[in-house]
Ligand binder design. Structure first.
Ligand SMILES: [Zn+2]
Length: 273
């Protein structure tokens, strides 16, 4: 792919991210490998919705600027770390999509077995530990998960996705935000039926059938080893013979109609007399 078409793709993806509300003001950043030693990256301090192809920076893999009038993204260190850890990754996208970022703020990872599509593509979406944006801390936090995941939340910050090309990385950002939105709606409705472990294993087998290149296998929470994550932890209950398992949700919301609430109050008042 020519550098001109990659510049144009970054402009288009920036426009889509801004239009969908994944970034506000100058938030977010996008990069892509040009060849074995160079990256093309969004510049710092520009709104991703209004970029032009000439604004992009060319850097080497250590972050030294080789070409461009502007300085590279303030989150360049995080991008460099991803390319260092994942030779298979060609593009990196970072944004603050509001529902997914809400989960990142609440400290709730998107790791429940809920949607088959998400399980076959991204697997689980963990939360990288809180790090001050644009410091050395952020690549360190990302390093823990990046070998085994193509998408993650960044605690109290946003989300990061990677892919085999710019659009693959961007679509994973869309998938994360869409999944977060669906999870939020299900939890507001008070119930979240989970896909059983057997079915998760069946879905994992489908990755090969569909030619989906997942960076790591899906595993159960008790299979994780300390250190850098080597598998995708998915919460899926063992329930032989069933594919969906009703949620066991002791902390779930209780909903009452106005009449039921009034009855409870009347009963309580009566018991006090
Ligand atoms: Zn950010």
């Amino acid at each position: 792919m020519s550098i001109e078409s990659l510049r144009a793709d970054i402009v288009e993806i920036g426009r889509r991210m801004y239009a969908r509300g994944y970034t506000a003001s100058n938030d977010g950043n996008i990069s892509v490998r040009l060849d074995a030693s160079r990256l093309l990256m969004t510049p710092k301090s520009v709104c991703k919705g209004f970029m032009t192809p000439d604004m992009m920076c060319v850097t080497d893999l250590d972050g030294k600027k080789l070409q461009g009038d502007r300085d590279p993204s303030s989150e360049m260190l995080m991008h460099l770390e991803v390319y260092r850890q994942r030779p298979d990754v060609q593009a990196v996208v970072h944004a603050h999509p509001p529902t997914a970022t809400g989960f990142a703020v609440a400290g709730i990872p998107l790791n429940r077995a809920v949607l088959a599509e998400v399980l076959t593509t991204l697997g689980s979406i963990p939360i990288a530990e809180y790090a001050t944006p644009s410091t050395r801390e952020l690549p360190e936090a990302v390093r823990h998960y990046i070998k085994a995941h193509d998408g993650m939340l960044l605690a109290n910050h946003g989300a990061l996705t990677v892919g085999a090309d710019l659009y693959a990385a961007y679509y994973k950002m869309e998938t994360i935000e869409h999944f977060a939105h669906i999870s939020l709606v299900a939890r507001m409705l008070g119930r979240e039926n989970l896909i059983s472990r057997d079915e998760v294993e069946r879905l994992q087998g489908l990755r090969d059938t569909y030619g989906i290149k997942a960076p790591a296998p899906i595993c159960a929470p008790d299979e994780i080893a300390p250190g850098q994550a080597s598998c995708q932890v998915v919460e899926a209950p063992a329930s032989p013979g069933s594919r969906l398992v009703p949620s066991d949700n002791p902390d779930g919301e209780i909903r009452l109609t106005y009449r039921e609430l009034q009855q409870l109050i009347e009963d309580a008042v009566r018991s006090l007399r």
